[in-house]
Design a protein around this ligand. Structure first.
Ligand code: IVH
Length: 532
């Protein structure tokens, strides 16, 4: 072979390397696998109706992963394999929303709901009144997100931020299983014949607003696991969802059970905008976006039914798998919405009905610690008493030292407290903007307030302990537990008696409960013959 030929052969080889067209059969197989994986993910995550076993699905997924790994030229950032995450960024870039992210006016009583309807009706011409209807849908308590689709592909996802500018959290949102990376034409995957055959138009541009959230059970399970490993826990599902989506490493987000509901189309191009909100929801759902099916439409003539529904929904909302803090009531017709417009940053066409007084703001007067039966000490907030949902609250839990330090609670702060079904209310956050400089940071005391012995926080643990096994506070808690319903269930014996008998020195360990010196007990105030 002469030199010229050699050079020619080398050049040809280089051309082969740079621009060899991928094997069409391979391209077809990869596309087929992607369609198939999307379709089965959709059935699994959105329709709750899988047709493949997990093993069968894994086989498809792995074949796709392997083909992409061995043929990087076939890689595509909307492939369903991209969901595993792995992108690390230094910080979040800012992104301007294509429309202002408005908020909602709140109502806490039925009177305010009726007043809202009256105002809506006062402002509208007869034409709109003739077809006036409303949609009531859950007010999801999560993190607001804005999602962009160009030609059906998910291209950008952002937090609400300040309403005008949000943080670009696209790589993290790509890991959310119920977020479609590609919109589909019939709600189930391009090649599917299993669902409807009628195609829905995929828009050239679509920007939607939704709420990212975590189911209550997934949140509890996560915290439980973290606790077992003495790792960081989250205060509530909403913080957990927000914390998971604001990770700099999206492979962490990929391990978190974040879900999504979409409820508004902000921009729709290349396909007709439906005439009503309820039709928008149906359309978004057909495109494969997760739309919560738990919404109801009411004609204006049936407003009394809507009012009943508000009460009924309030009673069953705790049974939903995710947290809901109210109902959003929206005028259904988009033309009527446009006619009603906005006041300030709230649309006149929508109202958030919040279930009364589950949250309140009050002053944090002090933080005291309580010693439990295992010796673990819990910081508790002493609050200026406040009514929440008809109950007076003066005390609430602050979990542990990290919770107080991370959220920067200071004595004297105005704080948000919440009663959420559980007996002990929680302190959610300080209102930093209301500080006047007189607020005092808090530190975990060094000594047990009951026995005076040093408190210990084991390395890597969130809890602090009084390790003195003779600590009277621990003994009182142990006695309370021992005589309580979950254990020996001794009638007429509770925390009061436990405190009294421990303080009097009658009980030094649990066995003493069965050897009380009755003649001495009889001398205590309120202990006559009958009671003894
Ligand atoms: S509609 C212009 N619908 O609640 C009005 N908002 O208090 C657009 N939210 O951060 C909002 N569930 O993101 C709407 N079904 C729902 C909602 C909802 C939760 C959020 C919203 C905003 C907050 C307002």
């Amino acid at each position: 072979m002469d030199a010229g030929n050699e050079a020619g052969a080398e050049a040809k080889e280089m051309v082969d390397i740079v621009s060899a067209p991928p094997d069409p059969a391979l391209v077809e197989r990869v596309n087929q696998l992607r369609e198939s994986v999307r379709y089965h993910q959709h059935r699994y995550y959105l329709l709750d109706d899988p047709v493949l076993s997990d093993l069968e699905f894994d086989a498809l997924f792995r074949e796709l992963q392997q083909l992409e790994a061995t043929h990087p030229e076939l890689q595509s950032d909307d492939s369903p394999t991209v969901r595993v995450g792995g992108v690390v960024s230094d910080s979040f870039a800012k992104t301007r929303h294509p429309a202002l992210m408005l908020s909602l006016a709140n109502a806490f009583e039925i009177e305010a709901l009726l007043a809202w309807r009256d105002r809506v009706k006062r402002l509208l011409p007869q034409d709109d009144l003739n077809r006036l209807a409303y949609v009531a849908e859950p007010k999801f308590d999560g993190l607001t997100v804005v999602l962009h689709y160009e030609d059906g592909r998910f291209t950008l996802g952002a937090t609400r931020g300040n309403g005008e500018v949000g943080e670009n959290i696209t790589p993290n949102l790509r890991t959310v299983r119920s977020l479609p990376l590609r919109l589909v034409g019939n709600g189930a995957g391009e090649n599917s014949t299993a669902v409807e055959s009628a195609k829905t138009e995929v828009p050239t541009r679509l920007v939607v607003r939704g709420e990212a959230y975590v189911d209550k059970a997934d949140f509890e399970a996560f915290n439980l696991r973290q606790n077992e490993q003495s790792a960081r826990t989250f205060a509530n599902p909403r913080n957990f969802a927000a914390g998971s989506l604001r990770q700099l490493d999206s492979s962490i987000t990929a391990t978190r059970p974040v879900k999504l509901w979409v409820y508004q189309a902000l921009i729709l191009e290349g396909a007709p905008m439906p005439a009503a909100h309820s039709e928008v929801l149906a359309y978004l759902s057909k495109l494969g976006l997760p739309v919560c099916p738990d919404y109801r439409r009411f004609e204006d003539a049936d407003f009394d039914e809507l009012v009943e529904y508000v009460t009924e929904f309030g009673e069953r909302r705790h049974e939903l798998p995710y947290e809901v803090d109210g109902l959003v009531i929206k005028v259904d017709s988009l033309a009527t919405q446009a006619r009603l417009g906005f006041t300030g940053k709230d649309p006149r066409w929508a109202l958030a009905y919040k279930y009364a007084g589950r949250e309140a703001v009050t002053k944090l007067l002090d933080i005291v610690i309580n010693v439990g039966r295992t010796g673990a000490v819990t910081p508790n907030a002493v609050l200026e008493p406040v009514q929440i949902g008809g109950v007076m609250v003066g005390k609430a839990t602050l979990h542990n030292e990290d919770y107080i330090v991370d959220l920067d609670f200071r004595i004297g702060d105005e704080v948000v407290i919440k009663r959420a079904g559980e007996v002990i209310p929680k302190v959610l956050r300080p209102l930093v903007e209301l500080r006047d400089g007189s607020e005092q940071p808090w530190k975990m005391p060094e000594f047990c307030p009951d026995c005076g012995q040093p408190l210990v926080r084991p390395e890597g643990e969130a809890a602090t302990y009084c390790v003195n096994s003779a600590c009277p506070a621990q003994l009182v808690r142990s006695v309370e537990h021992f005589v309580g319903r979950g254990a020996m269930d001794i009638e007429g014996f509770g925390i009061r008696q436990a405190e009294l008998f421990v303080e009097a020195g009658f009980i030094r360990d649990l066995a003493d409960i069965y050897h009380l010196p009755w003649e001495k007990v009889r001398e205590l105030e309120g202990y006559g013959d009958k009671k003894v």
